[in-house]
Each structure stands twice: as structure tokens, then as C-alpha cells.
Design a protein around this ligand. Structure first.
Ligand SMILES: Nc1nc2c(ncn2[C@@H]2O[C@H](COP(=O)(O)OP(=O)(O)OP(=O)(O)O)[C@@H](O)[C@H]2O)c(=O)[nH]1
Ligand SMILES: [Mg+2]
Length: 193
């Protein structure tokens, strides 16, 4: 896996969706700065595939990555970034919605939550929306390196309770410290192979 990882397009409307072959799509959603782009790089083991930034608001369109000519990873702009104008927020919301609605290629919608910050109001709105769309949702807790091991359990329980999810749909990860990659790869492999 991950012999070929290629940026395809930054789509700003559904017409630009490159997936004409109906390959499974794995989409990464979450608050701005939660670590979506970093997580994609971590998964495919390439530092520079998806562009990341210390400042929120780096990803500004729906970015498609062709993985091994058998699937797509999809990186979307983060929500909850206050410094964006209302107009921009609405536009991003529209693209994301257009992408998610009636898209039967989406195999897993990964919702990324900052381990330490926990789910925000926006995250709860997002998970409800993903459930309403009937998507297969898995929750990735990011940056777990920021929480000491003694507090990890507490943060995990907080995420499970606030999002009303089962323990088996939550995955603790750190792109920085190389934690939790294998579990996500297994989920993807189960679908693709
Ligand atoms: N400590 C720590 N920092 C991380 C980790 N993953 C990402 N970061 C940092 O978090 C910041 C944001 O990362 P991005 O991957 O750009 O976040 P994003 O969710 O793609 O952000 P937008 O594109 O704005 O929606 C960067 O400074 C990363 O270095 C992690 O596992 N641990
Ligand atoms: Mg990003």
C-alpha cells in the first residue's frame, strides 16, 4: 500500500470530483488545525503530500489524493476557523456539503477530534450530520502526544460521551509521535482488499 500517492485536484464544486472509476473514498473531516492534513501524510508516510500549517485555515478546497490507483483520500477545509469571513465559511460549507451528499463512494468518513480539546459544538453538529447522511463514521483522536498517559483515559471517555459513540469507533493517534497508524490502515485494508 501507498506506493503511489498523488495529488489530483483541489475541487471547489462537485463537477470537479475526479472519481470517475468509483474507487472508495476516505474523507478526513474536522476542525481547522485539528491535524487532518498531517494525518494523511502520516498514513501514507510522506511529509509533504498534503500541505499543513501551524496556522489554521491552510486547506481551502476539497483535495483529492489518488492512492495506488485503487482509492482516494480526501482532505477538506476545517471548520470553526473564526478568522474566515462569513462568505468564505458559507462557501466552504457548501463545497463540503456538495461533496458529502449522495456520494456513495465514501467508504469511511473519518472525523478528527483533538484529544486534549475534546469535541466542540461544531464537532457534534458534524457527527450528527454525518450520521444523518448514513455514512460509516470512525473517530480519530489526534495529537494524543499532548496528553500525559495518566490523563489519556479521561480524554477518551470525554470524546466517547460527548459524541455518543462506541469505544470501538474511536482511535487514538499522534502523527507527531507515530501512534495509531496501524489500526487505521487495517480499517482501510478491510474495505479495499
Ligand atoms: N503535537 C502534535 N501536533 C500535531 C499533530 N498533528 C498535527 N499537528 C500540528 O497541528 C497543526 C495543524 O496541522 P494540519 O495538519 O495543518 O491541520 P488541518 O486539520 O489540516 O488544518 P486546516 O487545513 O486548517 O483545516 C500543525 O502545526 C501540525 O504540526 C500531532 O500528532 N501532535
Ligand atoms: Mg489541512
Amino acid at each position: 500500500m501507498f506506493n503511489k500517492c498523488e495529488y489530483v485536484i483541489s475541487a471547489v464544486s462537485k463537477k470537479q470530483n475526479p472519481n470517475t472509476a468509483n474507487f472508495p473514498e476516505f474523507v478526513f473531516l474536522g476542525r481547522s488545525n485539528v491535524g487532518k492534513s498531517s494525518f494523511i501524510n502520516f498514513l501514507v508516510n510522506r511529509k509533504l503530500l498534503a500541505r499543513t500549517s501551524t496556522k489554521p485555515g491552510k486547506t481551502i478546497a476539497v483535495n483529492f489524493y489518488n492512492i495506488d490507483d485503487i482509492m482516494f483520500f480526501v482532505d477538506v477545509p476545517g471548520y470553526g476557523y473564526a478568522a474566515r469571513s462569513e462568505d468564505q465559511k458559507n462557501k466552504f460549507g457548501e463545497y463540503i456539503e456538495q461533496y458529502l451528499v449522495n456520494n456513495s463512494n465514501i467508504a469511511i468518513a473519518f472525523l478528527l477530534i483533538d484529544t486534549k480539546v475534546g469535541p466542540t459544538k461544531d464537532d457534534i453538529i458534524m457527527i450528527n450530520y454525518l450520521q444523518y447522511l448514513g455514512l460509516n463514521i470512525k473517530v480519530i483522536a489526534t495529537k494524543c502526544d499532548k496528553v500525559g498517559t495518566t490523563h489519556l483515559f479521561k480524554h477518551k471517555v470525554n470524546i466517547i460521551n460527548k459524541l455518543s459513540i462506541s469505544e470501538s469507533s474511536l482511535f487514538l493517534t499522534s502523527s507527531l509521535k507515530n501512534i495509531g497508524r496501524e489500526n487505521i490502515i487495517n480499517l482501510i485494508e478491510e474495505i479495499v482488499f
